[in-house]
Design a protein around this ligand. Structure first.
Ligand code: CAA
Length: 380
């Protein structure tokens, strides 16, 4: 087994690192404070190919592999976890879903602008009463012959206020339970489609999270993804890949906080020496470095399996479960190592601690990841 990155992978990693340092870092604290969406930076990410990284160039993508995606996501999330989630949702939940499951017409119309970064997309599954229990969709899509009539509310939708196209999951035939669920591509601006107020969040405050309200929205039949009743399986398939994106985001938050804590520990003096010379601090850093390395291996393993076309439900869930725990643990310790400085915005780690929490909640809570993993291992 060769753990070395290829020359191309190193180049992509370096490009993402430079972009994060030069374009994301300068105003990241202001964006967090004022909940400002990084519009100019996201546009640049599109130009760099970071919004459709794994999509075939014939559909506007950059044609890279999933390893490249993990490497770039880590670098972006190290500096700005909000920009990273915009990137993750557009790549993993929107573009990957469209490329894998849509017909040619849908790809040409929607995937091309999304993968090239001309516009961004959103994925609307969660509802006020259906987060973890994703089969309990209350949003309805009634079959009217040549179109569906969409009614309902979606909650906590990343890119909710900025997207141009939305993948919306809805129930068409409740009697069929998950086999009665469909997925649709819905355009911003369609009559009856309203975007709710922006959520005031604990973390990832630069990302744009809204509820979506649908009142008798006419969705043309050609905007349904796959066969009738395919929507739940579509969502599950997409989320398997999405978990690699969020795992990489969590990994980036952890490694960003670790790098800052290490630097601080080498500079800050207490009791006559740099604090890294005190075992109380050095051991924390040793734990962080070990856990981050393990999380990175899980992310890269899941990505490698995805590139090989293997079933990634288990490896993606493991990567997300572990990396999000490492993000939480590492950021808490990074604040502790910084002492009083860690508690103020200027030193970044308090933001990272707030940003880390969501990685244990969205795209399936940690408990959901354990359901996915335990079901998979029970089958073996
Ligand atoms: N991969 C592929 N298929 C899967 C799957 C997986 N991981 N998990 C379930 N399925 C399939 C099953 O095979 C079954 O299909 P068939 O009937 O065709 O065989 C179907 O889905 C139903 O399966 P279950 O009976 O196991 O379903 P369940 O009701 O027990 O739920 C669950 C399974 C894993 C808990 C699922 O509900 C789930 O993943 N919930 C979490 C949803 C989630 O992640 N929400 C996040 C929203 S998106 C988001 O957060 C985006 C953002 O803003 C960043």
């Amino acid at each position: 087994m060769n753990f070395n990155l290829s020359e191309e992978h190193v180049m992509i990693q370096q490009a993402a690192r430079d972009f994060a340092q030069n374009e994301l870092l300068p105003e990241v604290i202001e964006r967090d404070t004022h909940q400002t969406f990084p519009a100019a930076q996201v546009k640049k990410m599109g130009e760099m190919g970071f919004l459709g990284m794994m999509v075939d160039p014939k559909y506007g993508g950059a044609g890279m592999d999933s390893i490249s995606y993990v490497l770039a996501m880590e670098e972006i999330a190290k500096v700005d976890a909000s920009a990273a989630v915009v990137m993750s949702v557009n790549n993993s939940l929107v573009c990957a879903g469209l490329e894998k499951y849509c017909n040619e017409d849908q790809k040409m119309k929607y995937l091309v602008p999304l993968a090239s970064g001309e516009v961004i997309g959103a994925f609307a599954l969660s509802e006020p009463e259906a987060g973890s229990d994703a089969t309990s969709q209350k949003t309805t899509a009634v079959d009217m012959g040549d179109h569906y009539l969409l009614n309902g509310t979606k909650n906590w939708i990343t890119n909710g206020g900025t997207a141009s196209y939305y993948i919306v999951i809805a129930q068409t035939d409740p009697e069929k339970k998950h086999k009665g669920i469909n997925a649709f591509i819905v355009e911003r601006g369609w009559e009856g489609f309203e975007i709710g107020p922006k959520e005031d969040k604990l973390g990832i405050r630069g990302s744009d999270t809204h509820s979506l309200l649908f009142t008798d929205v006419k969705v043309p039949k050609e905007n349904r993804i796959g066969d009738d009743g395919f929507g739940f399986n579509f969502a599950m398939g997409v989320l398997n890949g999405g978990r690699i994106g969020i795992a990489s985001q969590a990994l980036g938050i952890a490694s960003g906080a670790y790098e800052l804590a290490l630097k601080y520990a080498k500079e800050r003096k207490a009791f006559g020496t740099e604090i890294i010379n005190h075992q109380a601090i050095a051991f924390k850093l040793a734990d962080m470095a070990t856990q981050i390395t393990a999380a990175r291996m899980l992310c890269l393993k899941a990505a490698s399996e995805k590139d090989q076309g293997k079933d990634i439900s288990e490896s993606g869930a493991m990567a997300k479960l572990y990396s999000s725990q490492v993000a939480m643990d590492t950021t808490i310790e990074a604040v502790q190592i910084h002492g009083g400085y860690g508690y103020v915005k200027e030193y970044h780690v308090e933001r990272m601690m707030r940003d880390a929490k969501i990685t244990q909640i969205y795209e399936g809570t940690s408990e959901i990841q354990k359901i996915v993993i335990s079901r998979s291992i029970a089958k073996k």
